[in-house]
Write a protein that binds this ligand. Sequence first.
Ligand SMILES: Nc1ncnc2c1ncn2[C@@H]1O[C@H](COP(=O)(O)OP(=O)(O)O)[C@@H](O)[C@H]1O
Ligand SMILES: [Mg+2]
Length: 445
Amino acid sequence: MGSATFSMPASALPAGARAPVHRSSASRRATRRSSFYADIRRPLYSVIKSESVDPVRNPYAPGAGQRPPELAGRDRELQQFEVVLERVARGRPERSMVLTGLRGVGKTVLLNTFKSMAMQRLWGTGKIEARPDQSIRRPVAAAMHMAVRELAPRHRAPERIEEFLGVLKAFAMRDPSAAKGTSHWSPGIDVPAGRGRADSGDLEIDLTELFVDAASVATDLGVGIALFIDEMQDVQAPDVSALCAACHELSQSGGPLIVVGAGLPHLPSVLSASKSYSERLFRYARIDRLDRTAADLALIAPAEREGVEFTQEALDALYTAADGYPYFVQAYGKVTWDLALRSPITADDVRLAAPEAEEELAVGFFGSRYERATPAERDYMHAMASVGDEPVATAQVAEVLTRKPSSLSPARDSLIKKGLIYSAERGLIAFTVPHFGKFLRAQPV
Ligand SMILES: Nc1ncnc2c1ncn2[C@@H]1O[C@H](COP(=O)(O)OP(=O)(O)O)[C@@H](O)[C@H]1O
Ligand SMILES: [Mg+2]
């Protein structure tokens, strides 16, 4: 293959970016007037010449929930969600979707894309990010408010909207922290709170009534409502149970409202621990590393739009480094682009960039999470890492630390709560962050 490049022919670059600029003798004379400008031009020229890989136009975007320049390798999930939307809108029985996977595989980005798809169909949409220390009542109220606000301008009967907002307000005001009188629900709903609906204080009953009413407003318009829940594994146990029950109720009545979730790999077991029928409510889609073709596409497609190409060897090196994990694809792509002088980007550029990319990952991606662990929790994770990169038996961690397994339960449980590890199966644990073991093994203990 040699130095074959993988991109469409470099296209719409201004001619000046590729070929040296020929200045007219008049302009040469003009610059010569000041030797200061003549001198500064020489160092600048090399910058101008490398414009074909311009750092300002670097397309790659490592970051949590950061929309990638190319959403690669997710066609199947997008198609599945199209079908879900279509079926739900027609009142057909359909399981909603829940995305699961490690950190940095692109769950949030996909969830946001699903949200856009629903909005394009003129659905009402709202999104929350669950937190372990917070009831979902208020966030759900705010999200449902957003969803119905999207529908309101198209609704012919304003009193239907007002009626719903009254129910929503009553629902929100049943929040236990609001009852103390310390906080009011700030996003102003101008209508008075209703009474006798969604305000019992029992979240299961209240969510069910709220969802049924919201679905009925959407039905008036022939659309649906989608509530998106990111970090769904962090929804508190009683709330998970209430949420599943409300979805169950709704699926039976055929109301066009769906709850779409995303979370860590153990999310299915969190849901089924709470309600045994959760498997029948949700279709689980495991979001994983990108295969080689998709990972290449994630790099090539955005570069192509900037008239930049990669050699085959550069793509090989990038795939080896990023291992197909979308966050890493973006991170290595970004630094490589910044350091490359000209197109095509080569394997040497990747080699040069790798240490810097790794350093950035060590600080931003791994370090920020490592920082959240206490010394005892760090010991626990180092012991896990010393065993290997596969899911580890908790008994084996205890052995490494020469401790009784039961004495390590607090560290393990709080690491799970912090979202750093998860229980892959009974008795087994694994890191939620890809390559975290490798990172830990490189750290001084
Ligand atoms: N399909 C994809 N193709 C290319 N890059 C992606 C893809 N999905 C996600 N990314 C990138 O990966 C990073 C992590 O995405 P994110 O959705 O935050 O992951 P998660 O929510 O699973 O932790 C972001 O920088 C995003 O731009
Ligand atoms: Mg996320």
